[in-house]
Write a protein that binds this ligand. Structure first.
Ligand code: LLP
Length: 386
């Protein structure tokens, strides 16, 4: 097996578990995003929910991406990182008043509004501040993303967005709201999508909806199609950069933009997943009744994706070159779900070996918890450990 390249000597000096971010991988990924998106003047907002590590945000900001936020905390983190408010979009099905006010005070680019009561509150708060809020309607397009059901967001059974049947009445309502300006429509069908036909289907639906808005006499300045592009969790060493060319091409080829309209994206996972690795140490190797367990010092408090979504992360023993053997790779937390993988083939493993859990840059560190009163994992970058 080809393994990832890591500064193992430096790792040996650091308390595990910790996240390691390869900023060269991140920079290359961003270069590719910019090359492919700028072929058509597409605007990419980084979905902050994937990772808000300050070193990561600094590189993303330098690459010129905007930010997609889903909380006041994320709006603040984007602004603190130096991302201009004019590139900040703010989504979320339950925005609190203080969060809306934060967006208004900073004149963010757009609120992605998800319901009639939310539109009314945004208007009320904007009136109180003497501001006008730019709003895009998040529409539930009822397009199946064919991904894990926990991360499918754009079908009728999900809580997100405004139903297509309600669009006409919502547009009529917005016309009565003095301090809300409808500038666009917004979609997000799900995450870790690897089959491009899901995005193609979204394009078809957006084209239909554009007709509906035109028929209502509404011209939209921008279309935001969300994120969702998946990455290759099985082979991060062979495919460190996601398929941005194919992804943007689907939209270039199939989405009909009107003159002057801009197209916006909210990519999270595809930007940061492959640059991150959770580094952990083997505490014990234990022979069970029928199998061997490699017990790590990292658990689901550090990386919850396998426990929560049955997600696959490639696991490498980066200290061993011995012949291989199958292990259940587990954490120390007092729950059976604290299992990273079953029957996973690793180079023969012993106490003290370093284990890399790959493709953990997105929805890893940010979803960490202190359950069992464990410490939150620290994070280091390749620039720091050079
Ligand atoms: N825009 C909206 C409105 C979203 O809800 C999301 C993700 C994104 C953009 C970014 O999607 P991405 O490009 O990262 O697929 N914790 C889960 C993923 C949850 C995604 C939630 N929404 C996981 O670890 O797989």
């Amino acid at each position: 097996m080809i393994k990832g390249k890591f500064p193992i000597n430096k790792f040996n000096e650091i308390q595990t578990p910790f996240y390691y971010y390869d900023l060269d991988v991140l920079r290359k990924t961003l270069e590719e995003i910019n090359t492919e998106s700028q072929k058509s003047d597409f605007h990419v907002h980084y979905a902050m929910k994937a990772n808000v590590n300050p070193s990561i945000l600094a590189v993303i900001k330098d690459a010129g991406l905007g930010a997609d936020c889903v909380s006041g905390g994320e709006v603040q983190a984007a602004l603190d990182a130096g991302i201009p408010a004019s590139k900040v979009v703010f989504a979320g099905v339950g925005k609190a008043d203080w969060e809306i006010n934060l967006g208004l005070e900073n004149d963010i680019f757009c609120f992605n509004a998800e319901s009639v009561p939310e539109l009314e509150v945004i208007n009320e708060l904007a009136v109180a501040k003497g501001k006008t809020a730019n709003v895009a309607l998040r529409i539930n397009p009822n397009v199946d993303a064919h991904t894990h059901h926990y991360i499918t967001t754009g079908t009728n059974e999900n809580k997100f967005g405004i139903n297509m049947e309600d669009i006409d009445s919502v547009v009529d309502l917005i016309k009565t709201l003095t301090n809300v300006k409808l500038i666009g429509i917004h979609f997000h069908i799900g995450s870790q999508i690897t089959d491009m036909t899901a995005f193609h289907n979204l394009c078809i639906r957006v084209n239909e909806l554009q007709e509906q808005f035109l028929a209502k006499g509404v011209t939209l300045k921008n279309i935001n199609v969300g994120g969702g592009l998946g990455i290759n969790y099985e082979h991060p060493n062979h495919f460190p950069i996601p398929e941005f060319e194919a992804f943007f091409k689907v939209y270039r080829d199939h989405l009909n933009l009107l003159p002057g309209q801009t197209l916006h994206f909210e990519l999270g996972r595809a930007v940061v997943a492959q640059c991150g690795t959770l580094i952990s140490k083997v505490l014990y190797v234990k022979q069970g009744a029928t199998k061997k367990f490699a017990i790590l010092d990292a658990g689901f408090t550090d990386l919850i994706r396998p426990a929560l979504y049955q997600a696959f992360h490639l696991i490498e023993n980066i200290s061993s070159e011995l012949t291989t053997e199958a292990y259940d790779v587990v954490g120390p937390i007092c729950e059976s779900s604290d299992t990273f993988a079953k029957d996973f083939v690793l180079n023969q493993t012993k106490r003290g070996d370093l284990i890399a859990l790959r493709s953990a840059g997105a929805y890893g560190e940010i979803m960490a918890s202190q359950y069992n009163l464990r410490k939150l994992p620290k994070a280091y970058t390749s620039d720091e450990l050079k």
